[in-house]
Design a protein around this ligand. Structure first.
Ligand code: PAF
Length: 282
């Protein structure tokens, strides 16, 4: 695996590969890698791409300073995992490389409705920061395909919108299924910060998603939502939302709408750790 820390070098390398007919597939990350990230690499390999990963903990997407300061960093371990997973190129830039002259000058995009609901409403400025960094990384890497995890469902939609606004050369955004622990907990870099007792109850989020999914044919969403909120609260969570939405555009739904493809999404805090998860209703 080749590691680049500056923009000029990685751009030269990728351009050379493109001339040789190689197709770049890009996996942006904030490090603290886990099997979810590795599944994106496996998919890119299956697709025959030159696998380019980035590790950059983007300060502009953290609306909570403490969350940024406490974000897990494990670059040495990440590099080992990437090598084992068969990653070809790692981009490991400094803040100055990503935001030369300061982040104020980086482009910003407006995501409209998507920025006003759920994660957008609970984390003001978050998607602006995600848009800013992903736009910059895409400008640097200029991949043919972008690989993202479904765990960040709303983020996937925001990035799709960003790509249509930017008009890049990307021909497809590949969204890979959420990877889970054997008990169902979605893999997340933030799980590392859970204490043993928090980890034991963290699975309740997944159990709630399953319950919302399983009751769609016979239940009232309002009732299931209330049950989930109460269960999460009883387990010690501070619930931010338990929501149901149209899976295509994230229009929020108050009741199950059998005619729509639906997705259920939950965000809740346990102690200082904020967890999110979602499930597309089958
Ligand atoms: O999902 C993430 O890890 C980040 O939001 C991303 C897409 C790498 C942008 O910093």
């Amino acid at each position: 695996m080749v590691i680049f820390k500056n923009v000029k070098d990685i751009q030269e390398y990728i351009s050379g590969k493109k001339v040789a007919g190689v197709r770049p597939g890009f996996i942006p990350t904030m490090g603290a890698l886990h099997a979810g990230h590795l599944s994106l690499i496996a998919k890119a390999r299956e697709d025959g791409m030159l696998i380019i990963c980035s590790i950059f903990v983007n300060p502009t997407q953290f609306n909570d300073k403490k969350d940024f300061e406490q974000y897990p960093i494990s670059v040495e371990e990440d590099i080992e995992l990437l090598v084992k997973a068969g990653c070809d190129v790692l981009f490991l830039p400094s803040q100055e490389e990503v935001y030369p002259g300061g982040q104020q000058k980086a482009a910003t995009y407006d995501f409209g409705y998507l920025d006003t609901i759920l994660e957008g409403a609970k984390r003001p400025g978050h998607f602006k920061g995600v848009g800013q960094v992903v736009a910059r990384l895409l400008e640097i890497v200029q991949p043919e395909r972008l690989y993202l995890g479904q765990k960040d469902y709303q983020q996937c939609m925001v990035i799709n919108k960003l790509i249509s606004k930017m008009g890049t050369d990307i021909t497809s955004v590949v969204i890979c299924p959420t990877m889970r622990e054997p008990d169902g907990l979605a893999l997340s870099s933030r799980n590392r910060r859970l204490t043993e007792s928090q980890r034991a109850v963290a699975v309740t989020i997944y159990q709630c998603l399953v319950s919302i999914e399983s009751k769609q044919k016979m239940g009232s969403f309002a009732l299931v939502k209330k049950e989930c909120e109460e269960l999460l609260a009883a387990k010690g969570f501070d619930v931010e939302y338990v929501a149901l939405a149209n899976a295509r555009d994230l229009t929020l739904l108050n009741t199950y709408e059998p005619g729509y493809p639906m997705v259920t999404l939950i965000a809740a805090r346990i102690g200082e750790i904020r967890l999110i998860d979602n499930m597309v209703l089958g």
